[in-house]
Design a protein around this ligand. Structure first.
Ligand SMILES: [Zn+2]
Ligand SMILES: [Zn+2]
Length: 239
């Protein structure tokens, strides 16, 4: 399956990643990737950039070396209300194209069991800025898969299948297959992200592709397969 975009990428700005935007753009061109999204961690994570970093993203060119660069963030869910660590005003100023949101440890909301996590994640999905839930298969933050996928479809929030989960969040694989199957059953879409923390991880989707194949997802179920789907399901989402 041909993927034209990587929608989850960290630069040195995240504080624990090791490549620059230029390095990613250069590597994207080399491997024939048309689009990548800069999704550095939100301000609540130690070492992550200040909110000015995101509010200033409109300074970035939309294309580098013919590669489309999407401005984004991987925001942290910081409390039981499902709030994220960036204000709508900052995302607006920064002209952000893509907003991922998820749970990370020690940034304000720590796992409180499946029922509570599910409730909080569904509250977060009502924020119209959020385009996708990153790595929902993380076993450290168990959620009710059926309820999450249903709410995702209702709120037009994509479900991410994360290529790095297999090694950075052990035990994710089986849950990710289950999530992908539920997305198929519900007639909704996934987005794939490598969650690259170094330029050469860009576009390397072997684990995510194995998951979507096992779950029976087709090309049209995965937004990374065309610019049209990315526009329709991410860029044109009303905010
Ligand atoms: Zn993450
Ligand atoms: Zn990430």
């Amino acid at each position: 399956m041909k993927l034209i975009a990587d929608l989850h990428v960290h630069t040195i700005a995240s504080g624990h990643a090791y490549s620059t935007i230029e390095e990613y753009a250069e590597y994207a061109k080399k491997i024939g990737l048309k689009i990548f999204a800069i999704t550095d961690h939100g301000p609540a994570m130690p070492g992550a950039p200040h909110y000015y970093y995101f509010a200033n993203m409109r300074m970035l060119p939309k294309q580098i070396n013919g590669v489309r660069v999407l401005r984004g963030i991987e925001a942290n869910i910081i409390n039981e209300n499902g709030d994220i660590d960036i204000a709508a005003q900052d995302m607006k100023w920064g002209e952000l194209d893509i907003v991922l949101a998820t749970f990370h440890p020690r940034v304000g909301y720590d796992s409180q069991g499946e029922e509570k996590n599910t409730e909080v994640l569904i509250k977060a999905m009502k924020n119209p800025w959020i385009n996708a839930i990153a790595h929902p298969g993380n076993p450290k933050y168990p959620v009710n898969i059926k309820a999450i996928v249903e709410a995702a479809k209702e709120n037009k929030v994509l479900i991410e299948i994360n290529n790095s989960s297999d090694f950075s969040r052990p035990g994710s694989y089986e849950r990710c297959v289950e999530i992908a199957k539920e997305v198929k059953r519900a007639g909704w879409k996934v987005m794939l992200g490598t969650d690259s923390h170094f330029s050469r991880m860009l576009g390397e989707f072997s684990s995510a592709l194995k998951i979507v194949k096992e779950a029976g997802l087709a090309k049209e179920d995965i937004v990374n397969t065309s610019e049209k789907l990315i526009s329709q399901y991410i860029l044109e989402k009303p905010r």
